[in-house]
Design a binder for this molecule. Structure first.
Ligand SMILES: Cc1ncc(COP(=O)(O)O)c(C=O)c1O
Length: 206
């Protein structure tokens, strides 16, 4: 027997049109296609997302910067807008004030927290940062092999995929010649060796 769709699962013509266009024009290599009918969102605020119908969702994932800054953080929006109008991009052989001042703030914060001096390499995302880290390790140590934790995800560029644990991120792309050696993540709460709180490490855990 056909039952009326619950209010929360109703789909408008606008949503159906957008989903059809997405299916036709957007790459299917994205995780959005893990869901049979991907969810469309319109806007955000604080810890909430809003769909096309204005329904509010508490986002318990809060991916990327949302977890630290909150959605639609007014200070970030203002600074982004001002920078877009002042100097939206610059060839990387030149400098601008904000890059230097932000690097200074990050370095000072890390030194306060960890007592370590350093410099900042700005990048555009997680996978890119992993690629840089892999290259840095090779350059500094001269070594090629990597260790990675079982269950770890590091992104979907080629180098990041090579040290990512899940097979599904690699299975269609052939042989990764320099895969990492994978080791269990040290997690005393659910010890991979079944040692519970009896292992030497857990005694040192806070
Ligand atoms: C731990 C970790 N590393 C790397 C990445 C890849 O980041 P990006 O999607 O920005 O390339 C992610 C993304 O979720 C991540 O969670």
């Amino acid at each position: 027997m056909n039952r009326p769709l619950a209010e929360s699962t109703k789909v408008s013509d606008e949503e159906l049109t957008l989903l059809a266009k997405e299916d036709r024009f957007c790459s299917h290599g994205d995780t959005v296609h893990y869901a049979e009918k991907p969810k469309l969102f319109e806007r955000c605020e604080g810890s909430y997302l809003y769909d096309l119908y204005g329904r509010q969702y508490l986002d318990l994932q809060m991916w990327y910067s949302a977890v630290n800054l909150g959605y639609a953080n007014a200070a970030v929006s203002r600074a982004t807008r001002e920078q877009m109008e002042k100097l939206p991009q610059l060839a990387c052989q030149y400098l601008h004030r904000e890059k230097i001042e932000l690097a200074e703030l990050i370095c000072e914060s890390i030194e306060r927290a960890f007592g370590m001096k350093g410099r900042v390499q700005f990048n555009v995302g997680g996978s890119q940062a992993i690629e840089d880290a892999l290259k840095l390790v090779r350059k500094v140590t001269g070594r090629q092999r990597m260790l990675a934790f079982q269950g770890g995800y590091h992104g979907r560029t080629l180098g990041a995929s090579a040290i990512t644990s899940s097979y599904r991120y690699r299975r269609r792309y052939g042989h990764f010649s320099e895969r990492a050696h994978f080791v269990p993540f040290p997690y005393c709460f659910r010890c991979p060796y079944g040692k519970g709180t009896k292992c030497a490490r857990s005694e040192k855990c806070p």
